[in-house]
Design a protein around this ligand. Structure first.
Ligand SMILES: [Zn+2]
Ligand SMILES: [Zn+2]
Ligand SMILES: [Zn+2]
Length: 158
């Protein structure tokens, strides 16, 4: 996505030719803007107890920050996934959902109905990983291993 920025303090208008000095100023301004937008996205995601798609988070952010576009939200979320402050989860139909997360290695329980995400410690997964290894001589790559199902609130009570 192409982004155009008006840097008011050096008087650059839309489409004005870029002198080297102006280019530098624009880059600085872009950096600040990106940082601010990323922190808006990170805060919005951090408030949620459920996993949200980029589009759903964008809809929530837009009420307060009209100028943040969907592509910006998506990029900010992917950056968080890369630096370990968010996790990327699957939804039916090849849609990604995101949840704020701690960078330490752990797994998730994801409710397919209410989208609630719960962290699972390694010791819960360890017996399963070990028995797959023993019975199948197969080492599971559990860098990205999340369990999808229904939480207690969403399950019909027997
Ligand atoms: Zn997590
Ligand atoms: Zn649920
Ligand atoms: Zn693990």
């Amino acid at each position: 996505m192409r982004t155009r920025i008006i840097v008011k303090f050096v008087g650059v208008a839309y489409g004005a030719p870029m002198s080297p000095r102006r280019t530098t100023a624009t880059h600085v301004a872009t950096g600040h803007r990106v940082t601010r937008q990323r922190s808006i996205v990170a805060e919005a995601l951090g408030r949620e107890r459920v996993a949200l798609s980029a589009q759903e988070l964008h809809e929530r952010i837009r009420a307060k920050h009209q100028r943040i576009g969907l592509a910006t939200v998506y990029r900010a979320l992917e950056t968080q996934v890369t630096d370990g402050t968010a996790t990327r989860l699957e939804r039916p139909g090849h849609v990604y959902a995101y949840a704020a997360c701690a960078p330490e290695h752990h797994h998730h329980l994801v409710c397919g109905r209410c989208q609630r995400v719960e962290d699972v410690a390694e010791e819960v997964m360890r017996p399963m990983l070990r028995s797959v290894r023993e019975k199948h001589d197969f080492q599971v790559d559990h860098a990205q291993l999340d369990l999808y199902g229904l939480c207690t609130r969403c399950r019909p009570q027997a």
